[in-house]
Design a protein around this ligand. Structure first.
Ligand code: ARG
Length: 472
């Protein structure tokens, strides 16, 4: 028996499941099966889950108080080793759970160390670890989102009076405040914030106590265990709990949506910072030069944010593909969930941080923004002018269209057409039409909630201020 156990690394005594095996694992399978390089990131959560589980076992009288204390001592010693990076990893350590259990047995001996896993399976352990980890991950993302929203709010406040073209179909459409445009993104990120917050509360449910799939037979108090670990409640079906990765899918999706918002903002900023638009300048810290063309300043930060969004989306799709078609409960395919989850988190935090840096250092060229406006962008205002004189909107739109066509035909800017010319197109025009040719007046008419008037933009800023103070 003992000689069989000493055969090689993969049949050694610390293979958690070695009891019925006589042959070693194929070395390629060992490599593929080994998830330690990825999941060692969960060492601390794994130890937290174990301390709480040991307490449950003690409360259920499966451990004495002194055994519980010894186990806690062992687990804290292991935590220290991880922190100091002195922990020795063995080729046969399949994953982080294996390492922690192996070390526990080495430190406090198999008599007591061997009791920790009573009734517990790695199938549930890994889910607890991931959920504990995800709570912190979501909190970090929430903080980053709030910082970005704050940056956008400050930028909007600083440049509240700057006017620029608003675009649809990439065509100059109507004048808007710069602040109104940039704030449109703050509202995307605010929704992202709420979604992550709701998600946090919904996923914060304890899976531990589900065993491998059938539950826990030792009368542990799962509600107390949930409380100890800061969960809002317990899962109600053990088979569901060990196979459920929907929380990872949701995390990946919410991150993907955030990444898409970041990517769209990046695209706008890239365009607006080109020489062609030149509405704004990115700080040198967030651009790089070309090795060949000395005049160039490339918006790498924003291009990377845009690029990363593709990777994040890819990870999201990848996990959905892994889950599709899986039979009930735990299957090893599920081990493929973590690398994507970590990558999604890392890249989302990086992108948010980068974007916040870009936003807080932008310098606006107010003159360029203003000079990009042209009076034909007030053709809608002309239609509204006629509407205010009692003309149905469709007819007013038509008349205004005729004025635009006429101005193009005679090559006279729309604001320079004579009153006589205008009257010829419609008798409703009078001398008050000259009041139309003012961009400030144009944006100021949109006083409706959500509009681009100063008052409506200020309202948005105030709302975001209140929101941000509620986040603190
Ligand atoms: N390393 C595994 C994972 O990440 C843990 C669960 C292993 N369970 C098992 N029965 N082999 O999914």
């Amino acid at each position: 028996m003992s000689s069989r156990r000493e055969e090689n690394a993969t049949t050694g005594p610390f293979r958690l499941w070695g009891g019925r095996y006589s042959k070693g694992t194929d070395h390629v399978l060992s490599r593929v099966n080994n998830s330690l390089t990825v999941d060692k990131r969960l060492y601390s959560e794994d130890l937290d889950g174990s301390v709480a589980y040991a307490r449950s076992l003690a409360e259920a009288k499966l451990l004495t108080q002194s055994e519980f204390k010894v186990i806690c001592y062992g687990l804290e010693t292991i935590r220290d080793e991880w922190k100091k990076e002195t922990i020795k990893l063995m080729p046969r350590d399949e994953d982080v759970h294996t390492v922690n259990e192996r070390r526990l047995v080495e430190i406090i001996g198999p008599q007591i160390g061997g009791k920790l896993h009573t009734g517990r399976s790695r199938n549930e352990q890994v889910v607890v670890d991931m959920k504990l980890w995800m709570r912190n991950a979501v909190s970090d993302i929430l903080k980053q989102l709030a910082a970005l929203i704050g940056g956008i709010k400050d930028l909007a406040t600083r440049y509240i009076d700057v006017l620029m073209p608003g675009y649809t179909h990439m065509q100059k459409a109507q004048p808007v405040r710069f602040s109104h445009w940039i704030l449109s993104y703050a509202f995307y990120f605010k929704e992202d914030y709420h979604r992550f917050q709701e998600f946090y509360n919904r996923m914060n449910v304890l899976p531990l106590g589900s065993g491998a799939l059938a539950g826990n037979p030792f009368n542990i108090n799962r509600h107390k265990l949930a409380d100890d670990l800061g969960f809002n409640g317990v899962s109600y079906n053990s088979m569901n709990a060990v196979s459920d990765r929907d929380f990872v899918v949701e995390f990946n999706f919410l991150s993907t949506l955030t990444a898409v918002h970041l990517s769209r903002l990046a695209e706008d900023l890239i365009l607006y910072s080109t020489k062609e638009y030149n509405f704004l300048e990115l700080s040198e810290e967030y651009t790089t030069g070309s090795s060949l063309m000395p005049q160039k300043r490339n918006p790498d930060s924003l291009e990377l944010v845009r690029g990363i969004s593709g990777n994040v989306f890819g990870q999201h799709c990848g996990l959905l593909m892994t889950l599709k078609g899986l039979p009930s409960t735990y299957n090893k395919d599920l081990q493929c969930d973590k690398s994507g989850m970590f990558a999604v988190y890392d890249q989302t935090v990086l992108s948010l941080t980068l974007m916040t840096g870009v936003i807080t250092t932008i310098r606006l060229d107010e003159e360029r923004c203003l000079s990009a406006l042209s009076y034909d962008m007030l053709a809608t205002d002309m239609a509204y002018y006629l509407v205010r004189k009692g003309i149905p909107f469709r007819e007013a739109h038509h008349i205004s269209g005729e004025v635009v066509a006429f101005s193009e035909k005679v090559k006279i800017p729309i604001n320079k057409l004579s009153l006589e010319d205008l009257k010829e197109i419609s008798p409703y025009f009078d001398e008050t039409v000259s009041g139309l040719w003012n961009y400030e007046n144009s944006v100021e008419q949109y006083t409706v909630v959500g509009g681009t008037s100063r008052i409506a933009v200020q309202e948005q800023i105030n709302l975001l201020k209140d929101f941000l103070s509620s986040c603190e």
